[in-house]
Structure formats: C-alpha cells, structure tokens
Design a protein around this ligand. Structure first.
Ligand code: ADP
Ligand code: MG
Length: 244
C-alpha cells in the first residue's frame, strides 16, 4: 500500500517511436526520488506516461498506485487516485481564471466537503504568499502572461492545494532565477503533509532545498544508475557523458 510502482515500463508515441525502454521504480509515500539525465533521455515522457497523456502508448509493463493498476486510466481518473503532475512547460489558458480553476479542482477532490469561495481564498492566500506570489495572481487567467517563474510557482500552488498522495514534478526549477528557485524549493521541501515525490531535474541546485533519498539517472529511456543523494552531486561534476 501507499506506493507508486512502475514495473518494466515500455512506452512510445502513437506513431510507433519507442522512448521508454523498461523503467522500473517504486516510490513509497514520504519518499523523494530525483530523476536526472541528459536532454532527450525520456524524463518528460516518463512523467507524461505516468499521468496518462494520450499521445503516448504503453507497449509493455504497468503502473500501479496503492495496488490499483492505473496503466490505462485517463488523466483525471489518475488524479482522483491521488496522482499529480507539474508540467515542465505549463500552457497558457486564456479565459480560465486561475482562482476559479484551482477552486474547482480542489472541490472535485473534496467531493463531500465543497469549499466556499471565501474559505478557499483564506486557504490559498497564505500559500501563494509563501511562494512569493503577488496577491492578485489568482484573479488572472491561468498562466496567461505569467513569467517563467510564475508558471512554475502556479504548478506548486496547485500541488499545495490539491495535496496529492504522489506528485511528479517535471523540472520545477528550469528557467528560474535564484529567488524563484528558493521560493519553489522551500515550498516543495516544506509541504505540510506526507506524500511521495518524483522530482525530475536537470541540475542539482534545487536539491539544496529538497533532499532526495534516491537519485536515478535516466538515459535512452532507461534507468542506467540509481543511488543516494551523493549520486546527484557526482553526476553534476562528471556530466552525463559517461552514461551515454
Ligand atoms: P527529456 O525530458 O529527458 O529531455 P523527453 O522525454 O522530452 O526527454 O524526450 C525523449 C525523446 O523522445 C526525445 O528524443 C524526444 O524528441 C522524443 N519525443 C518525446 N515526445 C515525443 C512525441 N510526442 N513525438 C515524437 N517524439 C517525441
Ligand atoms: Mg523534459
């Protein structure tokens, strides 16, 4: 129970391009696993396949969440089962108010106890502040005109409000200045409940704030090496070339 288990996962595009070639990984609730690797290694594909993106097809293996096979579920079914994905490239959605979107998503999860607009505002404001957002952020359209840092913070605000059991964050640190990195790193590292985290990152700088117990290097659609947090530092010093 309380695990996200990936077993011998093979997946590719609908056009038949194979990208993931046998990924196995078990994440228990409360654990932080970092995935590092060179560009094009398959990290984002793994994240998208775990969340059920329709552009990808699983050809072998499976994914289970708390012993329920979610391999063929839709993204919103997976979200209902407690999975969350923070995107590497969040999209701008004109016409959708960020605050309304977030409140609807939260209410969707809390079927029985729906939250009122005022109660919602009281919950969201302190978290938004902790992330270094200006207060009017939830009044704006979702990601519309947000800076790179604001888009990444918006993903973390969703995570903090939705409180999933397992979260996958795809490069929450890419494109951030040092202040945004600190806000985001601290917000993720100090979340006030226990969850399992799969943290995809290209650089180890975010690991100053978030301490993974396990680090996995993904190259060519496979985990080529696993270790503890020392592996992140070692890898950054050596570069990824030795794994290619
Ligand atoms: P990473 O996140 O590690 O940089 P990606 O998972 O984004 O790597 O990409 C892995 C490989 O799969 C790349 O060669 C990329 O071009 C390819 N790829 C990913 N998604 C698609 C897609 N939808 N169609 C075609 N090729 C894709
Ligand atoms: Mg990527």
């Amino acid at each position: 129970m309380d695990t996200l288990q990936i077993t011998d996962l093979y997946a590719g595009t609908k056009e038949g391009k194979e990208i993931l070639r046998g990924v196995s990984l078990t994440i228990k609730k409360g654990e932080i696993h970092a995935i590092m690797g060179p560009n094009g290694g398959g990290k984002s594909t793994l994240a998208q396949v775990l969340m059920g993106h329709p552009d990808y097809v699983v050809t072998k293996g499976n994914v289970s969440l708390n012993n329920v096979d979610i391999t063929h579920m839709t993204p919103d079914q997976r979200a209902h089962h407690g999975l969350f994905l923070g995107f590497q490239y969040p999209v701008e959605i004109t016409g959708v108010n960020f605050g309304n979107f977030l409140r609807m998503a939260v209410n969707e999860k809390r079927e029985k106890k729906k939250i009122s607009p005022i109660a919602f505002r009281n919950e969201v404001e302190p978290i938004a502040k902790k992330l270094g957002f200006s207060e009017d952020i939830v009044k704006r359209f979702l990601n519309q005109g947000f800076s790179g840092g604001e888009k990444k913070k918006a993903e973390i605000l969703q995570l903090a409000m939705l409180r999933p059991e397992f979260a996958i964050l795809d490069e929450p640190d890419s494109g951030l200045d040092v202040d945004a990195l600190r806000y985001i790193g601290k917000a993720i590292g100090n979340m006030d409940y226990s969850f399992g985290l799969l943290l995809i990152t290209h650089y180890q700088r975010i690991l100053h704030y978030i301490k993974p117990q396990f680090v996995h290097i993904v190259v060519g659609g496979k985990i080529v090496k696993s270790g503890d947090s020392k592996l992140a530092k070692e890898t950054e010093e050596k570069g990824y070339e030795s794994y290619l």
